[in-house]
Design a protein around this ligand. Structure first.
Ligand code: C5P
Length: 220
């Protein structure tokens, strides 16, 4: 099986670009952030503190998370319910970032991610795919862009969904999440030694897609 691992900070356009790349290659696109978001969603729904290890440990046995692919589109199921449309708010982003710092949560989601790559050609995006989940991936990309660019893209994405999004708030969230994700003790966000750095600052979406496709096709 062939795996393309794409890691990088929040709002670097990973999902849009990775999805286009997967389509081009005929692989499935796996958005691993959705798994952490589903755990964060369950925690919030159950009134838990997403930074409290004891709260989350108590809830984990009650969680069943699965990914299903419908016409090539990933959907996330939490205890049998499709929660894909509820996990994209800024509140869920921060909840995901909080729970993802807990080793028990990372262990809980680890084999699900590895198993997908055992039985499918995948483009998988996240924070630790090239470093921890798929260290033997054929191609590893570290996708980044300036924080201001990333915040601008996130703001547009939220506005398109009809959600209220103040630029400064979004920028603050993006910077905070980058800090959390790159400073946690376990599986922190960092570029794998053998990853190719792709910086999309100043690019249009199409330019970023073209840039990534060309880098990955050269590397495969
Ligand atoms: O990619 P996305 O923004 O949906 O991820 C939400 C959060 O989930 C990230 O901020 C990060 O804390 C966590 N995450 C992670 N490891 C991954 C994917 C996401 O820790 N492989």
């Amino acid at each position: 099986m062939i795996a393309v691992a794409i890691d990088g900070p929040a709002g670097a356009g990973k999902s849009t670009i990775a999805r286009a790349l997967a389509k081009r290659l005929g692989y499935i696109y796996v958005d691993t952030g959705a798994l952490y978001r589903a755990v964060g969603y369950f925690a919030i729904k159950n009134g838990a503190d997403t930074t409290s290890e004891s709260d989350i440990l108590r809830l984990l046995p009650k969680i069943d998370v699965a990914l299903r692919f419908v016409n090539g589109e990933q959907r996330v199921f939490l205890n049998g319910e499709d929660v894909s449309d509820y996990i994209r708010t800024p509140e869920m982003s921060m909840a995901a970032s909080n729970v993802s710092a807990l080793p028990a949560v990372r262990d809980f989601l680890f084999s699900l991610q590895q198993n997908l790559a055992k039985s499918n050609h995948v483009v998988m995006d996240g924070r630790d795919i090239g470093t921890v989940v798929l260290p033997d991936a054929q191609v590893k990309i570290f996708l980044t862009a300036a924080a201001e660019d990333r915040a601008g893209r996130r703001q547009h994405e939220l506005q398109r969904k009809g959600l209220d999004a103040d630029y400064n708030e979004v920028l603050k969230d993006v910077v905070q999440r980058d800090y959390n994700d790159s400073h946690r003790a376990i599986a922190p966000l960092k570029q794998a030694d053998d990853a190719i750095l792709v910086d999309t600052t100043g690019n249009t979406k199409q330019q970023s897609i073209d840039q990534l496709i060309s880098v990955v096709e050269d590397a495969l």
